[in-house]
Design a protein around this ligand. Sequence first.
Ligand SMILES: [Zn+2]
Length: 480
Amino acid sequence: VSNNNKKMVKEITSMDVDFAQWYTDIVKKADLAAYSNVKGFMIIRPYGYAMWELMQGALDKMFKDLGHENICMPMLIPESLLNKEKEHVEGFAPEVAWVTFGGSEKLEERFCIRPTSETLFCDHFKDVVHSWRDLPLLYNQWVSVVRWEKTTRPFLRTREFLWQEGHTLHATKEEAETETIQMLETYAKFCKDYLAIPVVQGRKTDKEKFAGAEATYTIEALMHDGKALQSGTSHYFGDGFSRAFDVTFADKENKLSYPHQTSWGCTTRLIGAVIMTHGDDNGLVIPPHIAPTQVMIVPVAQHKPGVLEKAEEVLNTLKGCCRVKMDASDNSPGWKFAEYEMKGVPIRLELGPRDIENGVCILSRRDTAEKITVELEKLPEIIPALLQEIHENLYNRALERRISMTYTATNMEELKEIAATKPGFIRAMWCGEEECELKLKEEADISSRCMPFEDQEQVSETCVCCGKPAKKLVYWGKAY
Ligand SMILES: [Zn+2]
């Protein structure tokens, strides 16, 4: 390890010392995002954006394979339109940004910048849906939205963020409910297969559900510091929005009906989830499937004859099997090692004069720091297999950590003790009353994350808070 290497590493705060500062350091040093002139609005730098594009590409394909089509709605919502669904407007009003001028002219009606687009979609649906033949209508859009948050953090909570929002209409309640769960499962699969993040799938309590929804489902991930991150949500709306916006269709008996609706979304927040799930004190660790660069070639003693030529040959060979780059800059190998460690590149490939003589190179894994010597000829088959192995190792590591940080409480005393001393999920029974959720927030500073689909074990007969008969097992925790 060179001096340069040590110096680079020192620039990141250790996660055990100050997790929030560690996170900010990584965002900055790995060059994922930068602050802008407007508070709470961030610049997503090319490296961060490349991660997002890979995530977006994978999700977009999953959506389209399930029959969804992309559409793009306007950015502005007239106030009168926003006001049509009461619960919805009440939920979003406190964090809406308004456009009041067009050029120098004060507008007669002000427009809000979309915080989400249910109202726009519904207003459009009423013009395009007429008969049962028009259903199901499966739309998605990739846009940015604005929510005027008070406290902001890059990726985790920003006033503008990139996301996708799916909006679908169905003839029946059953179809819409199936779609809601199907999209939640799609998110969970994406997190597992691309982000190497294990999630808990479940239903939100009424207190935590989306404004205007009948049911909200969520995927919850556990970060390194034991806090939960809501990583995607899927909502079943019933026909409430359809009624508010007068969206109707003639069913097979030619009777006018209200379609049932869903919406589902996930955001650039997932980049924050990746940082806080896999990162370590040396920087970012990117799961291979969303790594902009999967293999970084670092030539060693590159001034020696033949080294760069051979490195370039390896680069060209590998282009067909992975996202590969070479750093032939003047920086020292030690600097380069630290830099790509910081940037979380899954595999570093070192190639020096002696290696070339022996027909080998050294592969260094970002996840385990393990080094292996590999014959150059075998690289095209070894690299893809190793990338998959790294992916699986990251997933298993995160899953083991989550399991080891999940606790069970059967009474208030136990629960408070765990909440105060052990970061992680707490499994505890609940009576179904919002009052108990509020009390747990007040006394233990935890919120209900979800009522999980799996793991619905009766861990006690009574609600952990009030002692009344328990209805559901809830995962509780501190959350981002
Ligand atoms: Zn209770």
